[in-house]
Design a protein around this ligand. Structure first.
Ligand SMILES: CC(C)(COP(=O)(O)OP(=O)(O)OC[C@H]1O[C@@H](n2cnc3c(N)ncnc32)[C@H](O)[C@@H]1OP(=O)(O)O)[C@@H](O)C(=O)NCCC(=O)NCCS
Length: 155
């Protein structure tokens, strides 16, 4: 079985953006190294308008990008180590195997995150972040979600 490898990325990576203190990659990346399905999802989710990021965790299999978690990380004078989610994507054929979870775990660990803010735009995204909250109950979680993410739930 081929191993999945994980890497951390910051400014300079195509999924993050070119430069610190500027918008972190609001446009869908045109780079061919980003799977077409991910670029389409980027458009569908409106990431181009909303989701700047300063870092990312990337999952590769056979040198191919199969997943990523984009996020921003900063300190506030009131809150320490704030991690703000800016888009998690795993290639459809690799979903349900713990890759999304692993991407989040690696970001939380690397940044020693204490506060997490995330907007879940899909049902799977909401399930994933709820799962992470369960795994890290000592962190402060601020989870919001779109109406469609809640669809089918009695909440
Ligand atoms: C959301 C997404 C990144 C999850 O990635 P994944 O690798 O499949 O997630 P994992 O296998 O690590 O699952 C992590 C947890 O999320 C929950 N979960 C994720 N997808 C789920 C699904 N379809 N049904 C039920 N639970 C789900 C489970 O609780 C799971 O934990 P468990 O296996 O311990 O029960 C993936 O479905 C995806 O890329 N979807 C399309 C893009 C998207 O919607 N992104 C989120 C935008 S907010």
């Amino acid at each position: 079985m081929t191993r999945i490898t994980y890497h951390h990325a910051s400014y300079g990576h195509v999924l993050v953006g070119p430069q610190e203190y500027k918008n972190g990659c609001p446009q869908p990346p045109k780079d061919k190294s980003i799977p077409l399905a991910a670029r389409r999802w980027w458009d569908d989710m409106g990431l181009a308008e909303a989701a700047d990021a300063s870092r990312a965790v990337l999952a590769y299999r056979n040198s191919k990008l199969i997943g990523f978690f984009r996020y921003s990380f900063f300190q506030d004078f009131k809150l320490p180590n704030i991690l703000v989610g800016a888009g998690t994507w795993v290639s459809a054929r690799h979903r349900g195997r713990g890759i999304g979870k692993r991407l989040w775990e690696l970001a939380i660990k690397k940044q020693q995150a204490a506060n997490i803010e995330v907007y879940a735009a899909t049902r799977e995204g909401l399930l994933l972040v709820r799962r992470m909250k369960k795994q890290y109950p000592k962190l402060q979680w601020d989870i919001t979600a779109s109406t469609s993410a809640y669809r089918g739930e009695n909440t």
